[in-house]
Design a protein around this ligand. Structure first.
Ligand code: GLN
Length: 539
């Protein structure tokens, strides 16, 4: 095929309509028809990346292979497509301005006045086209964060308008996602908000080619007709996106609505083949027909916000389907763990202690580790969760009651977790952690080796502190094994307790690599152990 085609996804009426899921579902359908597809997210905020954002602000920060700290929608893209994203797949206003300002300081604008149009818009256009440049993709889907009409989205919308013109007919299209609300008092679906939002888009010179309408009720034929006529699109370009019980149903729902067919038609691409969703549907059927149930306690300090641990929750869905069990997640706030009262932490089949930063809630995390260790309950610690497992072991088994991480207590007498040497002189906090994919060598005969079935693995990271090797001998002698290390630096990546049925802590983030096609081996192993535990409990 000659040139890359571009699809832009904008949103109207309200935020949180699920643009990321619609973009990922469309990409899935196009990929299943044989088109090489990628997705990019443009975020209108000024932060250079979401790495410095608190999860309460923006949900989880997703990390790519090449170490970009990105929007959580990139996680959906990878989980749906099983294709890695990279630095180029997430662009923020901060990044755009940063590069334009750096260029200005270098004097590269040759005395010109630097302005939003054309300099900022040119930089946005360059970033959009970067992914399509090397012929790696037939189709690039670009999701524009925020809602049309927002002040901060304006340069992006203007860039899309220009690009549509630059690229010419049939080489790009705009999908506008809106909400068709149901007024229960009137028992009616309302089209006016969609009409207004399409109008707002038009004021910026863009007419939507396809409307995807989020709705809680089926859109009638009449209503589709009305939306088409008032919003200037063909009736077949009015796509209903009805609430689904799982996000993994959305590709099939979009297929039924013909979103992929109308997209290909408008891009002048062959649309006679049918998407091959065989494996996807196999996963769905396993996911929807579990043979057993397990309950996992997710211990973290951001549990009140569902998006904070998005990739972990999705990894459990993949691993649950693989094990044919339903994984119920019980969120446990690490600040309010009450072991004595045995309120929430008992009656579980496994405990996962989540990643995190800072002191808040860590004593609760340590208590949760102790409970899992002492009761032979399957335990999985990720990043901070692994560090807490080491601290717990040092305090309660090695009898070092003051053992801690220097992140929590700089002057601790027993820093079993300490700042990495390479982090000591860092003063700028943005983008400077140990990020992205690093190799790890696993010891044969260990539980972690059994889970992966090989000795060299590569996993993604996001941390500044590490297992302190000065305590390795003591910890190992007392029964906590370091079963995975970085081959170059000796940094301990995995700890486990061989005498426990399933107790593994990992410094890296396995949740970033679990996809529908390739569920993560450690999540599969953990859920399997929880399944065993639940079965034995019943006996
Ligand atoms: N705060 C810890 C560190 O920086 C753990 C980070 C994490 O859980 N992602 O090492």
């Amino acid at each position: 095929m000659a040139d890359t085609k571009y699809i832009f996804v904008t949103g109207g009426v309200s935020s949180s309509l699920g643009k990321g899921i619609i973009a990922a579902s469309l990409a899935k359908l196009l990929q299943a028809r044989g088109y090489k597809t990628t997705i990019q997210k443009l975020d209108p905020y000024i932060n250079v990346d979401p790495g410095t954002l608190n999860p309460y602000e923006h949900g989880e920060c997703f990390v790519t292979e090449d170490g970009a700290e990105t929007d959580l929608d990139l996680g959906h893209y990878e989980r749906f497509l099983n294709v890695n994203t990279s630095q180029a797949n997430n662009v923020t206003t901060g990044k755009i301005y940063q590069s334009v300002i750096e260029k200005e300081r270098r004097g590269e604008f040759l005395g010109k006045t630097v302005q939003v149009v054309p300099h900022i818009t040119n930089e946005i256009k360059r970033r959009i086209q970067l992914l399509g440049q090397n012929g790696d993709y037939d189709i690039v889907i670009t999701e524009i964060g925020g809602t049309v009409g927002d002040i901060e989205s304006l340069p992006y919308i203007e860039s899309v308008r220009q690009l549509k013109w630059d690229l010419g007919d049939h080489n790009s299209l705009v999908i506008h996602l809106t909400l068709v609300p149901y007024l229960s008092a009137a028992k009616e679906l309302k089209t006016k908000p969609t009409q207004h939002s399409v109008k707002t888009l038009m004021e910026s010179g863009i007419s939507a080619d396809i409307l995807v309408c989020r709705t809680e009720h089926e859109l009638s034929d009449d209503l589709r007709q009305k939306l088409a006529q008032f919003c200037n699109v063909k009736k077949e370009a009015v796509i209903q996106s009805i609430d689904a019980s799982t996000i993994y149903d959305v590709p099939n729902l979009m297929l039924e609505e013909g979103l992929d067919t109308i997209t290909l038609k408008k891009l002048d691409l062959p649309n006679d083949s049918q998407p091959d969703l065989t494996n996807w549907n196999k996963f769905l059927s396993r996911h929807k027909n579990p043979k057993a149930e397990v309950t996992i306690g997710l211990v973290g300090k951001y549990v009140e916000l569902q998006d904070s641990y998005k990739s972990i929750l999705e990894s459990f869905i993949h691993a649950g389907a693989e094990n044919e069990v339903k994984v119920n997640i019980r969120s446990i706030h690490s600040e309010f763990i009450d072991i004595e009262g045995k309120t929430k932490i008992t009656d579980l089949d496994g405990i996962l202690v989540a990643p995190g930063f800072g002191e808040r809630g860590i004593e609760g995390k340590i208590e949760a580790v102790r409970f899992a260790r002492e009761n032979n309950l399957p335990f999985f610690g990720i990043c901070l969760g692994m560090q807490m497992a080491v601290i717990e072991y040092a305090r309660n088994v090695l009898n070092l009651p003051d053992a801690n991480s220097t992140e929590m207590e700089a002057q601790t007498k027993n820093p079993v977790i300490d700042i990495m040497e390479s982090q000591k002189n860092i003063t700028q906090m943005g983008g400077t952690m140990r990020l992205g994919a690093w190799e790890c060598e696993l010891k044969e005969g260990t539980k972690v080796f059994e889970a992966y079935g090989k000795s060299t693995i590569s996993e993604r990271h996001r941390h500044r502190y590490e297992y302190n090797n000065k305590y390795k001998e003591q910890l190992e002698a007392a029964g906590m094994l370091s079963s995975g290390t970085n081959p170059q630096t000796g940094l301990v990546e995995v700890v486990e307790i061989p005498t426990h049925p399933w107790f593994i802590g990992v410094q890296y983030h396995p949740e970033y690599k679990s996809t529908v096609k390739t569920p993560h081996p450690l999540f599969i192993g953990f859920v399997k152990a929880a399944k065993e535990y639940a079965k034995n409990k019943k006996k």
